[in-house]
Design a protein. Structure first.
Ligand SMILES: Nc1nc2c(ncn2[C@@H]2O[C@H](COP(=O)(O)OP(=O)(O)OP(=O)(O)O)[C@@H](O)[C@H]2O)c(=O)[nH]1
Ligand SMILES: [Mg+2]
Length: 301
C-alpha cells in the first residue's frame, strides 16, 4: 500500500558510485549533474579521492559520491584510494554499482563485487551497465547475463554517460531513498573547493596525453589560486613526477607537452568554474612519492 504523505515527503541521501577503474563513474556523475565537475581520462585510476556532486530537485536532494576505482593496489597511494572507496560504501544510502558493458568482466570487477558480497552492506543497490553506446543490443543482452552472475540480486540498467542519463532512472533512485533533509543549499553543486577540482583536472589532462607509468606517477599541487573577478582566475600549479626522466617527458620537446597539457586543463577548468583561466604550470621531481608516507601526506592523500 502506498502512503500518500510519504510520497510527497522530501527525500535525500548519499549515492556512492562504485566500480573498478575506467568504467565511467566520473563521466556518469558529470552526466547526471550536467556539469563538468569530476576529472575524467581514458586511463584507469584517474580519480584518486572521493568527490561529491549535488543534484537538487523540487522533491529530493541526491548527493553523488564519485570514488576511486577499486583495484589491486601496488603502491601505498593505491591502498589509500581503495580505502576511500570502501569508506564511501559504508557511508552511503544507495550504492550505484557501475560496470563497463563494452567488455567482459575483469578481475577488478570481481574484486569489487567480492567486496560487496563479503561485507553484505544493508544498503539498497542499483547496477549500471555503462558505455551502452559502444555495443549492439544483442551484445548488451549477452553482457547483462554475464554481469548478472557477479551480482545476481542486483538489477542492471544499460546507460551511456556520453549520451546522457534519463530522468526516469534518477526517479527510480529517489524511490530507494528515505525521506530526509535538504543537506545543502539548492544552488550548491559540490562540497569540494574549486582549487582542488582544478588540481584533479590538471592531473587528468596530463594522464590523457602521457603513457606507461608516467600518468600514474603524477601529482598536482596548486600553488596559487587567485580569483581576480567573477570571470577570471589565475592559477599557478606544480606537476610532480617520481623520476628525473619523467620530468623531461612531461615538459616535452621545447615545452610542447607541457603546453598541450596546460591548454587541455585550462579548458576543463574554465568549463567547470565558468571563469576564464590563466594557468601557469611547472614540473618538479618528488622521488617515489607514491610509496612515501610523508610525500603522500604533503600532497593531501
Ligand atoms: N563511449 C563511452 N565512453 C565512456 C562512457 N563513459 C565513460 N567513458 C569513457 O571511459 C573513460 C573512463 O571514464 P572515467 O569517467 O574517467 O572512468 P572512472 O570509472 O571514473 O575511472 P577511475 O577514476 O579511473 O576509477 C573515459 O575515456 C571516458 O570518456 C560512455 O558511456 N560511453
Ligand atoms: Mg573517476
Amino acid at each position: 500500500m502506498t502512503n500518500s504523505t510519504e510520497d510527497t515527503l522530501f527525500r535525500s541521501g548519499f549515492l556512492a558510485l562504485i566500480g573498478r577503474p575506467n568504467v565511467g563513474k566520473s563521466t556518469l556523475m558529470n552526466a547526471i549533474l550536467q556539469h563538468n565537475l569530476a576529472a575524467v581520462s581514458a586511463r584507469p585510476q584517474t580519480t584518486r579521492r572521493t568527490q561529491a556532486g549535488i543534484l537538487t530537485l523540487p522533491h529530493a536532494q541526491l548527493i553523488f559520491i564519485d570514488t576511486p576505482g577499486i583495484h589491486e593496489p601496488v603502491h601505498k597511494l593505491g591502498k589509500l584510494m581503495n580505502h576511500a572507496a570502501r569508506t564511501s560504501l559504508e557511508d552511503a544510502d544507495l550504492h550505484l554499482i557501475v560496470f563497463d558493458a563494452s567488455m567482459d568482466p575483469t578481475e577488478e570487477d570481481r574484486l569489487m563485487t567480492d567486496l560487496l558480497k563479503e561485507k553484505s552492506y544493508p544498503i539498497p543497490r542499483a547496477g549500471l551497465l555503462n558505455k551502452a553506446d559502444l555495443v549492439s543490443e544483442i551484445e548488451m543482452e549477452q553482457r547483462k547475463v554475464i554481469y548478472k552472475q557477479l551480482l545476481p540480486d542486483t538489477d542492471l540498467t544499460p546507460v551511456s554517460a556520453v549520451k546522457g542519463i534519463d530522468r526516469t532512472l534518477i526517479d527510480q533512485w529517489i524511490d530507494l531513498l528515505l525521506p530526509g533533509p535538504m543537506y545543502y543549499p539548492e544552488d550548491q553543486l559540490t562540497v569540494d573547493y574549486e582549487r582542488d577540482i582544478a588540481a584533479e583536472m590538471i592531473r587528468s589532462a596530463a594522464m590523457e596525453f602521457l603513457h606507461h607509468e608516467v600518468p600514474h606517477s603524477i601529482a598536482v599541487r596548486i600553488d596559487q589560486y587567485k580569483e581576480r573577478s567573477e570571470e577570471l582566475a589565475y592559477i599557478k600549479a606544480t606537476i610532480f613526477v617520481e623520476r628525473e626522466s619523467q620530468k623531461g617527458i612531461v615538459i616535452g620537446k621545447q615545452g610542447m607537452m607541457l603546453r598541450k597539457i596546460g591548454t587541455a586543463a585550462r579548458k576543463e577548468i574554465e568549463s567547470m568554474s565558468g571563469r576564464k583561466i590563466y594557468l601557469e604550470l611547472r614540473v618538479k621531481v618528488l622521488p617515489g612519492w607514491r610509496n612515501d608516507d610523508r610525500s603522500l601526506k604533503q600532497l593531501g592523500y
